[in-house]
Write a protein that binds this ligand. Structure first.
Ligand SMILES: *Cc1c(COP(=O)(O)O)cnc(C)c1O
Length: 432
């Protein structure tokens, strides 16, 4: 194989490719990666970066992990893919059995999908079909939280924050749903009754047209990196039950240990009716997501017209993805992950503390293996991104937020480098 010189690789990238949330006419740099291993990303130009992002919550064990590589190569010898309509295979069965055992009670049936956004679409369709089967076909709307993020497809977008999700741009095509204020009380504090007034009043007035409340439990991710009271979650679940509305927990970002519990719902001790998983499900190796629901939901849908659940992705249950997901969960369970997350939390908190004294910083917060520095104003992406890379780290801010969500294997010395670089870059004004 001949290798393309880095310069022409980047030229062709700029010429032919869209990146996530990108402009084809901007000067924000992209960097060519040659390989990645452990907590390190190696650029084509020879630079080595310490990774603070775990590729957007996914690569919880780091990159190039022997156990995960081997799961894929072993599976590849049997088959890369077969259709899932009318056929099944051990990787899917073992994975789904594992997911049911691992997740909170009452999540008994698994629907596999290719991406987080699609698993949210599936959750919304399940809720609608469930109420249809229950002879309540008017229950087709959703309640969601401001600052929420649930994905980029149109159905998922309709429950994302209406401002950051640019609903005005898509107003004729997005379904209209109900939005309530994002929970005010921070994580670790109790709720007051008035915190749930808005939810209660919408439920009181509209529950006959509402299928589900959808939320990210405890951590609102891409919509603002906010950590809220677990008590809110507990009380919201109680209100949903009282008003006959399902609860969909979007654990795509929080699942598999990131917040210190295997699933963030466990902070409140609740079992949602439907749960979405994705991102770190395969340890960051392949795209795979899952929507779990109660037996009541799956059976109710199946016992009523049209007697099937109306969804079926082409690449459903891809064996390579299922095998690596199973291996990733086994690897997580065989490690002392709880203690590890605690260690990372302490180190992030200690290392980011110094940022509080900076004039442009409004808040510093940590929860589990997530550390956030919130600024007064949105960063200058072009300059801050280059400054981070020059300092030998991979950190990708968005808007006013600079955050870390490293692989669980990251050593304390590397966390300290990441947090010191954030301080230095802000202190030098490279974010302006
Ligand atoms: C990333 C994310 C999604 C969307 O997942 P994709 O795989 O990007 O489609 C949905 N919900 C939450 C909470 C997420 O963090």
């Amino acid at each position: 194989m001949t290798s393309t010189p880095t310069a022409s690789l980047l030229d062709d990238d700029k010429k032919f490719i869209w990146h996530p949330y990108s402009s084809t006419c901007s000067d924000i740099p992209v960097f060519a990666v040659k390989s990645a291993s452990g907590t390190h990303i190696y650029l084509e130009n020879g630079q080595q970066l310490i990774d603070g992002m775990a590729s957007w919550w996914c690569a919880i064990h780091g990159y190039n992990v022997a156990e995960l590589n081997s799961a894929i190569t072993h599976q590849l010898k049997d088959m890369a893919h077969v259709m899932f309509g009318g056929l099944t295979h051990a990787p899917a069965v073992e994975l789904c059995k594992k997911l049911v055992a691992l997740t909170p009670d009452k999540l008994d049936t698994v629907f596999l999908a290719d991406s987080g956004s699609v698993s949210v679409e599936i959750a919304m369709k399940m809720a609608i079909q469930y109420w249809h089967a229950e002879q309540q076909p008017r229950k087709q709307k959703f309640i969601s939280l401001k600052n929420g993020y649930h994905g980029d497809t149109l159905g998922a977008m309709s429950v994302c924050d209406p401002v950051t999700g640019m609903h005005s741009l898509f107003n004729n095509i997005l379904a209209e749903n109900h939005f309530i204020k994002s929970p005010a009380r921070p994580f670790g504090t109790p709720c007051q009754d008035k915190d749930l007034n808005e939810l209660q009043s919408i439920l009181e007035q509209h529950s006959h047209t509402i299928a589900a409340l959808i939320l990210e439990p405890v951590v609102q991710g891409a919509g603002g990196m906010k950590f809220y009271s677990a008590d809110y979650l507990l009380q919201a679940k109680a209100l949903c039950e009282q008003y006959d509305v399902l609860l969909i927990a979007d654990e795509i970002a929080t699942g598999f240990g990131r917040t210190g519990k295997m699933f963030a719902c466990e902070h409140a001790g609740i079992s949602p009716d439907i749960m979405c998983l994705g991102k770190s499900l395969t340890g960051g190796y392949m795209t795979l997501a899952a929507t779990l629901c109660s037996k009541d939901i799956s059976d109710t849908i199946s016992h009523h017209d049209p007697h099937v659940f109306m969804h079926g992705p082409t690449f459903m249950g891809n064996p390579l993805a299922c095998s690596v997901a199973l291996a990733s969960i086994q690897l997580l369970e065989s490690s002392d992950w709880q203690q590890n997350i605690q260690r990372i939390e302490q180190q992030l908190a200690a290392g980011l503390q110094q940022c509080r004294q900076l004039e442009d910083v409004t808040d510093v917060r940590t929860l589990g293996a997530i550390g956030v520095v919130e600024l007064k104003q949105a960063v200058n992406m072009a300059s801050i991104q280059q400054a981070f890379v020059n300092a030998g780290v991979w950190i990708r801010p968005f808007g006013k937020l600079i955050y870390l969500m490293p692989a669980y294997i990251i050593p304390n010395t590397e966390i300290t480098i990441l947090t010191n670089v954030i301080f230095d870059v802000l202190n030098d004004g490279n974010h302006r």
